[in-house]
Ligand binder design. Structure first.
Ligand SMILES: Nc1ncnc2c1ncn2[C@@H]1O[C@H](COP(=O)(O)OP(=O)(O)OP(=O)(O)O)[C@@H](O)[C@H]1O
Length: 308
């Protein structure tokens, strides 16, 4: 078996106030992947990343980064990971060039091995190398954070909600660079609320809810779990109650004459759903269907976990 980029086993974290943020998380993040960590607000994603970066102490369990246990080999573990934090924090008086040089110094990268200008070029900040950080736009600051996380050439890069508040163009640029890094061998872990993005970018996705992993699968497999299909039907008369049929998983009225029916495509097809409406004496005026996407899978899984 190839070694994982990150291996987390039975990780638990209870904060001082008694809040249990992680409740036995086990996760293998394979080397070479772009791995998505999804979860609603407060699920425990940041806690997990902060434990990996050494900013938060775990309560129990273990974590390895690139084969280095964070307790037994903290320096090697730390050297193996670069983290792009959610919040933008800079000393406003340092230039991007100085910021990267200071960061490289903190990581003990010898002068001869520093790649400050190369990194600034990679994140399109070459012409801002000597500008004050306070004069950079929000997007530029975020790119500078990515460069900062890469000064020590870590094999694993973690981006914590990297596109929050970032415009579409910059987001595309950032993702293009993430893909480039990944193609160069860097394992990328990203937390995001943009499910579409995770769907487009990640090879594998884990979903965390209330401090537990509720799904961890290759993206296509997770999508295949979306067996539910939705059909919206406009009928020829006003409805006061929604018709029922055994093949409807769910039905909801939308306006006077439209029903939204969810059915399981491995059990029935759209024809049978429409036939059931006709059997209830309704004439069909208009029909539209849609496939479930990652958003539906995500909602179904988190709802199922909440109900359990
Ligand atoms: N320092 C802390 N002290 C006490 N409780 C905390 C602390 N940090 C986080 N929590 C709580 O732990 C839980 C998990 O928080 P965490 O920030 O890890 O979630 P998250 O999935 O990253 O959420 P978000 O997407 O909003 O960043 C939340 O209920 C949060 O309120």
């Amino acid at each position: 078996m190839t070694e994982a980029a990150i291996r987390i086993q039975n990780l638990c974290k209870t904060y001082a106030g008694g809040k249990r943020a992680l409740d036995g998380v086990s996760l293998d993040i394979p080397r070479g992947t772009i791995f998505g960590l999804l979860g609603p607000n407060g699920a425990g994603k940041s806690t997990m990343i902060n434990i990996l970066s050494g900013m938060v102490n775990k309560t129990s369990g273990s974590a390895e980064i690139w084969g280095f246990d964070i307790d037994a080999h903290p320096r090697n573990a730390k050297a193996s990971i670069g983290i792009v934090p959610q919040e933008i924090l800079f000393d406003p008086f340092f230039s991007p060039f100085e910021s990267l040089e200071i960061q490289a110094g903190l990581y003990g990268v010898p002068k001869a091995k520093r790649r400050t200008m190369e990194l600034l070029r990679a994140v399109h900040l070459e012409d801002k190398a000597n500008a004050y950080a306070r004069t950079l736009s929000g997007g530029m600051k975020r790119r500078l954070l990515v460069a900062k996380a890469l000064v020590h050439t870590p094999p694993v890069l973690v981006l914590d909600e990297p596109t929050a508040g970032v415009d579409i163009e910059l987001r595309q640029q950032l993702w293009a660079y993430v893909r480039e890094l990944n193609a160069g061998g860097v394992t990328v872990v990203l937390t995001t609320h943009y499910l579409e993005e995770a769907e487009e970018l990640c090879d594998r996705i884990a979903i965390i809810n209330h401090g537990r992993v509720i799904a961890d699968e290759p993206t296509p497999q997770l999508l295949a779990r979306a067996q539910e299909k939705v059909v919206e039907v406009t009928v020829d008369r006003d409805l006061t109650v929604a018709p029922v049929a055994p093949c409807f998983e769910k039905i909801a009225l939308k306006g006077d004459r439209t029903v939204v029916i969810t059915y399981s495509k491995d059990k029935v097809n759209a024809g049978e759903v429409l036939a059931a409406l006709q059997a209830a004496g309704l004439g069909i005026v208009d029909v539209s269907t849609r496939e479930a996407d990652l958003e539906d899978v995500f909602l179904n899984l988190t709802r199922a976990a909440d109900a359990a």
